[in-house]
Design a protein around this ligand. Structure first.
Ligand SMILES: *Cc1c(COP(=O)(O)O)cnc(C)c1O
Length: 362
């Protein structure tokens, strides 16, 4: 068999690029998992082989994020959007209030879900300014049960460079920047992330929870929604998404082999710097996020003359670039440059931008 497809540079926002070695290993396991003669797709989740996969994935998350023993790692169904409801269901009684930051469509959706369970105090918002910046000056009421932030705003390309300091429990949606940068992750009491942006395929959700914050509310919680049941069963309360968890494990192994979060962070900084420099030097392209809040994962930009956008997309396509069309709510362009994206692909995009400028000079 010979591969005849040309090189494709995948800038999709999610599901998105994963390391090539992960695809190769995942493909091999679809045919023959662990030399068992069975496909991973037909493999029992209660077997010692799969239990080992789940345990290694959970312990690699702990290791790569340097989590302490109070923090439990779970792989759950339902995507990040289910966490919008599961978080308040577990942490918020009807009389309580929680503090939320409104910095993207995703945070906005999380607010809507939390209102089903308790009171929501929106402590800051950049909605009026098209979510182009991260609010800096805001106060969190002491009695708020937790503060919820979205660390990286996938659609508008902003990112919290400094995690707000507060005495409340801290909850973060890290769907689009998990494992991309170093932080003290033990500061967070609950972290969740849909896998399909930076750690695996769609269909599984990483949840990290400080077990000491659970069991403090009066509401009865349905079995599948109660984090404690998942912790007690080693993240195997029911059939987990076996294949998705396996592919996450392969990505986590890759991440460790690359030198861990610190090493990929360095690469992510270089990729983002290269692309933002091209935008800032350009007379055609304009970055849409406030400079100090720019995301290193999702780079959003527009063209001064919007009528030329289609022309640039055409040129990009011929260079093998896919997935740079902006979100349906924003227009323009968005280049997602997650962990697995090589800097050479970012260079191809930068070259295409420069070529377009040169060819279109008046
Ligand atoms: C993609 C995304 C979501 C939604 O994830 P689903 O898995 O589709 O529910 C939520 N939050 C952020 C920050 C995202 O990037």
């Amino acid at each position: 068999m010979s591969a005849t497809t040309a090189t494709v540079h995948n800038f999709n926002a999610g599901p998105s690029i994963l390391p090539k070695t992960v695809f190769e290993q995942a493909s091999a396991a679809v045919l023959n998992f662990n030399n068992s003669g069975l496909s991973i797709l037909e493999f029992g989740h209660r077997t010692p082989e799969f239990t080992a996969v789940m345990e290694e994935a959970r312990s690699l998350v702990k290791e790569l994020m340097a989590l302490d023993d109070a923090h439990e790692v779970l792989f759950l169904h339902g995507g990040a959007s289910t966490q919008f409801m599961q978080v308040p269901m577990n942490l918020l009684d009807a009389k309580d209030s929680a503090a939320y930051t409104d910095t993207d469509i995703w945070g906005y959706k999380a607010i809507k879900e939390a209102k089903f369970f308790g009171k929501v105090d929106v402590v800051c918002s950049s909605r009026e300014k098209n979510y182009s910046f991260i609010p800096k000056d805001f106060a969190v009421p002491n009695d708020a049960k937790y503060l919820h932030i979205t660390t990286n705003n996938t659609i508008y390309g902003t990112q919290w460079q400094k995690i707000p300091h507060c005495s409340n429990n801290l909850v973060a949606d890290m769907s689009s920047d998990i494992f991309s940068r170093q932080m003290d992750f033990n500061k967070f009491d609950l972290i969740y992330a849909g896998a399909q942006k930076n750690m695996g395929p769609a269909g599984v959700n990483l949840v990290i929870v400080n077990k000491n914050i659970l069991g403090k509310i009066k509401r009865p919680i349905p079995t599948m929604m109660d984090y404690r049941n998942h912790i007690n069963e080693g993240s195997m309360l029911n059939t987990p998404p076996v294949f998705a968890v396996y592919v996450c494990l392969l990505t986590l192994r890759w991440l460790k082999s690359m030198g861990g979060v610190a090493a990929v962070e360095k690469g992510n900084n270089e990729k983002a710097a290269l692309l933002y420099k091209a935008i800032d030097e350009s007379e055609y392209f304009i970055g849409t996020a406030a400079k100090e809040d720019r995301s290193k994962m999702n780079v959003c930009f527009i063209m001064k003359d919007a009528s030329r956008e289609a022309g640039f997309l055409q040129l990009a396509k011929s260079a093998g670039i896919v997935g740079i069309k902006g979100h349906r709510t924003t227009g323009g362009f968005r280049a997602s440059i997650y962990n697995a994206m090589p800097i050479s692909s970012v260079q191809v995009l930068v070259d295409a931008m420069r070529e377009f400028e040169k060819d279109n000079r008046p």
